[in-house]
Design a protein around this ligand. Structure first.
Ligand SMILES: C[S@@+](CC[C@H](N)C(=O)[O-])C[C@H]1O[C@@H](n2cnc3c(N)ncnc32)[C@H](O)[C@@H]1O
Ligand code: SF4
Length: 369
């Protein structure tokens, strides 16, 4: 029997569709029936989800983590809190120490809405700040002002909430306009966040500012600068894109990286069921109707995922079928200052994280994954 105690729910609305974002979302229109349609989608999905659980012999346990991602979940508002309260009560139970996160964008929340969610268990907030430089907030096509960013940061600090910030690197014109990363970080750190997610802009070929993106060397330097600085301020660089003060690592996201089961609901939401040591199932919700696409994972896929996901985190990777070739490659990586290697376990550092894809290629070429 597979026990599942984590839930991701994708809320597919945004006030404005940022020109760089490929996540599934629609423009939010408060005068429309979008929320009612979304609730209907979730109600119908729930029945399909229960069938999936019964087929796969999976069972809910008390939830240890809930993550409302998007899109912009804060736009779900007090109506969302009412729906979700009822949903939880009729189907699921939160554990007393459940980590319950909502992604919130500046300018898309109210104190009433926040109180309604906090009453039903919300205890962690992930804020879409991206940058605190007025030049770059415009370049990044964000709908919110910096005043709205500071208002949300002040609220979280004043209410002593557990909160995380999203911070974006590789922004167009960063080089030409001499983006001052450290001064932005100092402003952000003055609000005492417990967690920071650091993303590098991933632009598709039709991105309008594709020609103004900084080069790879510049982005690598930015990444290492942020990592050095945050570590000097007491954060652990515990995953390629994530930093936390000790004890504030994301319980929910660690479950993905450790290959543990996480259920999902909402269009494009992707769930994972760890069925046994050599089989798992990934399912993704379609957007057109409440239905799922299923991918089955066997021993070979799982062993590749295990290597890749473990190397992403400070847990590191200890190959099960250890060989002299692993030893040779790991010693080479240590020699290049990409991480540390003890008792068969390789742990990358920030210099290694930034090269993760090419390090995975080393393993492929040597037929070690
Ligand atoms: C999908 S958003 C959802 C939360 C919220 N709406 C926001 O904008 O922060 C989560 C994170 O993904 C980042 N993101 C979206 N598109 C991206 C891209 N093309 N490259 C890198 N990060 C991206 C956003 O900047 C944000 O920090
Ligand atoms: S607000 Fe977030 S989810 Fe919405 S379009 Fe912008 S980056 Fe994407």
């Amino acid at each position: 029997m597979t026990h599942v105690s984590s839930l991701y729910l994708h809320v597919p609305f945004c006030k404005h569709l940022c020109n760089y974002c490929d996540f599934y979302k629609k423009q939010y229109d408060p005068a429309s029936n979008q929320l009612e349609d979304f609730h209907q989608f979730l109600d119908q999905s729930w029945r399909i989800h229960e069938e999936l659980f019964s087929e796969q012999k999976a069972q809910w346990s008390e939830l240890k983590s809930v993550y409302l991602g998007g899109g912009t979940p804060s736009l779900w508002g007090t109506k969302g809190a009412e729906y979700f309260k009822h949903f939880l009560k009729s189907s699921l139970k939160l554990s007393a120490d459940c980590e319950f996160t909502m992604e919130i964008d500046p300018g898309t929340w109210t104190v009433d809405m926040m109180m309604a969610w906090r009453e039903i268990g919300l205890n962690r907030i992930s804020i879409g700040t991206q940058t605190l430089d007025p030049r770059f907030i415009t370049i990044m096509d964000r709908s919110h002002s910096l005043k709205e960013s500071h208002e949300l940061l002040s609220y979280c600090q004043k209410e002593q909430l557990n909160f995380s910030l999203d911070f974006l690197l590789g922004i167009p014109f960063s080089q030409e306009k001499e983006r001052d990363i450290k001064s932005e970080l100092d402003q952000l750190l003055s609000y005492r966040p417990q967690h920071i997610s650091l993303y590098i802009l991933n632009a598709r070929s039709k991105y309008p500012l594709i020609d103004a993106l900084p080069d790879d060397d510049y982005i690598r330097e930015e990444y290492l600068l942020v990592s050095d600085y945050l570590r000097s301020q007491g954060f652990n660089h515990y995953e390629v894109s994530n930093f936390a003060r000790p004890g504030f690592e994301s319980v929910h996201n660690l479950r993905y990286w450790r290959g543990e089961s996480v259920a999902a609901l909402g269009p494009t939401g992707t769930g994972y069921l760890n069925l046994s040591s050599d089989s798992a199932l990934r399912y993704k919700w379609k957007v057109s109707r409440p239905d799922i696409e299923i991918e089955k994972l066997g021993e070979a896929e799982l062993s590749l995922e295990k290597a890749y996901l473990s190397l992403r985190t400070s847990d590191g990777w200890k190959p099960e079928c250890f060989s002299a070739k692993h030893d040779e490659i790991f010693n080479h990586w240590v020699h290049q200052s990409y991480g540390s290697y003890h008792e068969g376990r390789m742990r990358l550092n920030s210099q290694g994280y930034v090269l993760l894809d090419s390090l995975m290629d080393d393993l492929f070429r040597a037929k070690l994954v």
